[in-house]
Design a protein around this ligand. Structure first.
Ligand SMILES: N[C@@H](CCC(=O)N[C@@H](CS)C(=O)NCC(=O)O)C(=O)O
Length: 249
């Protein structure tokens, strides 16, 4: 068994920040599978042309390749069914699909408004030029303008996180008592910002910070060990947003 994965990297090849790739690195560790990650840049589309598309992650498993993080998760559960499941059955898969949709349509856009101007600084010169051109064309304005006014974007993120915050306070993980792929989906979003931005999206008094710390520590601290491109902006102190965690039920 030889697993390889193309993984988005910054100018520093050790800085790996793709939310979709993080989903899969955590999923592979969950299954106890080791993978060789290959640093890949946005402008190296020719390198993954064999996969028939232009995005990472691309997982290579022997003579097979699988693309798209959701498809890769399904593949891993099927191909490695004797190892810990990413989804314990169809119901968990359906709930996970909702989390994927919420994350990509609500959480990612809210995070992007705080992180985009930093992300471009993490990339190789060729990638930075591609990223700025493609994103500014889509957004219709400079990346830096898109990230202002920051306070309004922080408030919008805070509102977006309310259902996640109140849910995790009860269940501990999205998967219940232990993480499943839904946790890795949301983890990927926060780890993206942690690795590629100065923005401290989770304040220490936020109940979500406890969940994220637990996620960072999983699988021998895989997430915690990941190099970050920037030191974080100073954290603000504040009152707890929610009461203490309580038992599920
Ligand atoms: N639906 C895909 C999305 C993957 C994706 O968008 N990956 C980004 C990196 S975070 C990418 O490769 N982008 C290439 C580009 O923007 O040119 C998945 O879940 O894997």
């Amino acid at each position: 068994m030889s697993l390889k994965m193309y993984d988005l990297a910054g100018n520093d090849p050790e800085v790996r920040f793709s939310p979709y790739c993080w989903r899969i690195k955590m999923a592979l560790a969950h299954k106890g599978l080791t993978v060789e990650t290959i640093p890949w840049r946005f402008t190296e589309k020719h390198v993954i042309a064999f996969s028939g598309q232009e995005r990472v992650p691309v997982l290579i498993d022997g003579d097979r390749h699988v693309t798209d993080s959701w498809e890769i998760a399904l593949y891993l559960d099927e191909a490695y069914g004797d190892r810990p499941a990413l989804f314990a059955g169809e119901q968990a898969r359906a709930a996970g699909f909702f989390v994927k949709r919420w994350c990509e349509t609500q959480l990612h856009p809210a995070l992007v408004r705080l992180a985009l101007a930093d992300i471009v600084q993490v990339l190789t010169p060729a990638d930075a030029a591609y990223f700025r051109q493609s994103r500014e064309q889509a957004l219709g304005r400079p990346l830096e303008d898109y990230c202002e006014p920051r306070e309004a974007h922080r408030k919008a993120l805070d509102a977006c996180l309310a259902p996640l915050r109140s849910s995790l306070k009860v269940t501990g993980f999205l998967g219940g008592g232990a993480p499943n792929f839904a946790d890795y989906i949301v983890f990927g979003a926060f780890q993206w910002v942690r690795c590629s931005s100065r923005e401290p999206v989770l304040q220490p008094h936020d109940p979500l910070a406890g969940w994220f710390e637990r996620m960072l520590g999983l699988h021998d601290g895989l997430g915690a060990k990941a190099p970050r491109a920037f030191a974080q902006l100073p954290l603000k102190d504040g009152p707890p947003r929610d009461g203490p965690p309580r038992e599920a039920g």
